[in-house]
Design a protein around this ligand. Structure first.
Ligand code: TZP
Ligand code: MG
Length: 220
């Protein structure tokens, strides 16, 4: 059995939004504040730089083996770094192929933006995908091409379908501390956050606020 990590507050990194701070410093602070999982995401980085970034993030949370480090898209980088998992989108490598490469113990996430995407994920053999990222909850400047948003009702419906099919669900897009409780109340297993943490003057405090909002509303 794969361990089921706590995905309550899932930080997705952004190198540009973290500047001038190194991403690893933001990650360390966010985990101190209560982030429970980290995804290393940098669309502009070369594979070589993404590997270095992944290793820096792993080093920053080495004292917290309960906090998984997941790599966005790059299966090769995840394998080389010995990361805990990979997150892919609809246009990335197919989840079944990624699972085959990663083995049974890795955490595999898949972005879904519609009922159709989720239905396709649920048709995959059990154990292929662990968690779906419901995306986006709201339109967000962090990912301008992410679409108009599922809204809270959309997230609630998709989270229920995912859960009924044995998948965990996290939500991403436009989540800040003011909105975190409403998202938590939809029944998702976690909230994914980029800008609210990466642009915060105090990422530890930002993570603490988000985590408190999630725990209050989403406690299960
Ligand atoms: N996928 C869907 S929305 C998004 C990603 C990576 C960005 C979310 O960023 P923010 O700043 O938390 O809205
Ligand atoms: Mg992708």
């Amino acid at each position: 059995m794969r361990p089921a990590p706590d995905l309550s507050l899932y930080l997705v990194t952004d190198t540009a939004l973290s500047r001038p701070r190194p991403v690893a410093d933001v990650v360390r602070a966010a985990v101190a504040g209560g982030a429970t999982a980290v995804q290393v995401r940098d669309k502009d980085a070369s594979r070589r730089d993404l590997l270095a970034l992944t290793r820096a993030v792993q080093a920053a949370v080495a004292h917290r083996p309960d906090v998984p480090v997941v790599v966005n898209d790059a299966v090769d980088v995840a394998l080389i770094a010995g990361a805990d998992g990979v997150h892919v989108g609809q246009d990335d490598l197919p989840a079944a192929e990624v699972r085959r490469l990663l083995g049974a113990d890795a955490l595999l996430g898949l972005s879904v933006e519609s009922v159709e995407h989720l239905a396709a994920a649920l048709r995959l053999p059990a154990g292929t995908v662990d968690v779906v990222g419901l995306s986006p909850v709201w339109a967000t400047p962090t990912k301008p091409d992410a679409g108009p948003g599922l809204g809270l009702d959309g997230v609630r419906e998709l989270a229920a379908r995912a859960r009924a099919g044995g998948l965990r669900a996290v939500a991403i897009g436009g989540i800040d501390s003011g909105r975190a409780a409403a998202v938590a109340a939809t029944g998702v297993d976690g909230i994914c956050v980029v800008s609210e943490i990466c642009t915060a003057a105090d990422p530890e405090a930002a993570a603490r606020r988000l985590r408190a909002a999630f725990d209050r509303a989403g406690a299960r």
